[in-house]
Write a protein that binds this ligand. Structure first.
Ligand code: OAD
Length: 246
């Protein structure tokens, strides 16, 4: 795969690379994205019905079961070459900040050391009232969602829902990385959900080179902005090999 030599050179010399990932990075692991027309999850389900505090109040069982289904999907998925390339990048660049909107934990399973999870992690469960992480609870098929063993409130997935605030420390770290990196890669995200969507622009304003990689980039671009229409599982390994052959 042909990759712009200007971008390859920036990567080779970068001291700090920030990467923002979205659902597209996990698409090649078989996890549906949110907005892709045929396969996206929001084509079949509506966010208002499933991923909001109101939805959980209205129908906690439906929301719990939808996340249980997604947790199952994720448990059977494996990291793809895109996840693996991002983990490998840590061996080549002095500082990598990996920021993800994904809740699937596949970056960690691929070997990335400390991804910043802006939208939480589907593998964790919290008490919907106390907000504390809960590791064990009594399972009952008749009473879903399960209850917090301490206070009896419903348990919920530890993810950020529409209308909820992002974890402040994660957001601050992402902001700092966007403003201090030499190269910012936006990979597999439609850039429609704030505040993550602002990060590439912030990086560009702060003087970084920015590459947007997904399957629907339409904007014409010139350095320091690059736009690449390619699957991340192909593009990211090719970018690494171009920068560090052999
Ligand atoms: P989207 O579903 O909005 O966008 C997926 C992006 O990935 C699109 O730009 C696709 O072109 C691209 N894409 C698909 N397959 C790809 C591949 N193999 N390689 C590279 N790119 C590919 O997903 P996100 O941008 O992650 O939030 O969505 C952001 C947030 O909206 C999610 O975190 C979630 C959702 O609602 C919450 O649930 C709070």
């Amino acid at each position: 795969m042909e990759i712009d030599t200007g971008l390859v050179e920036v990567l080779q010399h970068a001291r700090h690379v920030a990467v923002l990932t979205g659902a597209g990075v996990s698409a090649e692991s078989g996890i549906p994205t949110f907005r892709d027309a045929q396969t996206g999850m929001w084509a079949r389900f509506s966010p208002e019905d499933l991923a909001s505090p109101e939805a959980f109040r209205r129908n906690p069982q439906l929301v719990w079961e939808w996340y249980a289904w997604r947790r199952e999907l994720v448990a059977h998925a494996v990291p793809n070459p895109g996840h693996l390339a991002l983990a490998e990048l840590e061996r080549h660049v002095p500082r990598i900040t990996l920021i993800t909107q994904n809740v699937d934990g596949l970056h960690q399973r691929a070997g990335s050391s400390a991804p910043i999870e802006l939208h939480g992690n589907i593998g964790r469960v919290t008490c919907s009232v106390e907000g504390t992480v809960v590791d064990r609870w009594a399972a009952s098929a008749d009473d879903l969602p399960p209850r917090c063993p301490r206070c009896g409130a419903y348990l919920r997935p530890d993810v950020v829902w529409f209308g909820e605030l992002l974890p402040a420390a994660a957001l601050a770290a992402a902001w700092e990385a966007a403003q201090s990196c030499d190269l910012f890669l936006s990979v597999g995200t439609s850039g429609l959900v704030e505040p993550a969507a602002s990060l590439p622009r912030l990086a560009l304003q702060a003087g970084a080179t920015v590459a947007v990689i997904n399957l629907d980039v339409t904007t014409a671009a010139r350095p320091p902005l690059y736009t690449i229409n390619a699957p991340s599982g192909v593009l990211l390994p090719a970018l690494l090999r171009a920068a560090w052959p052999g």
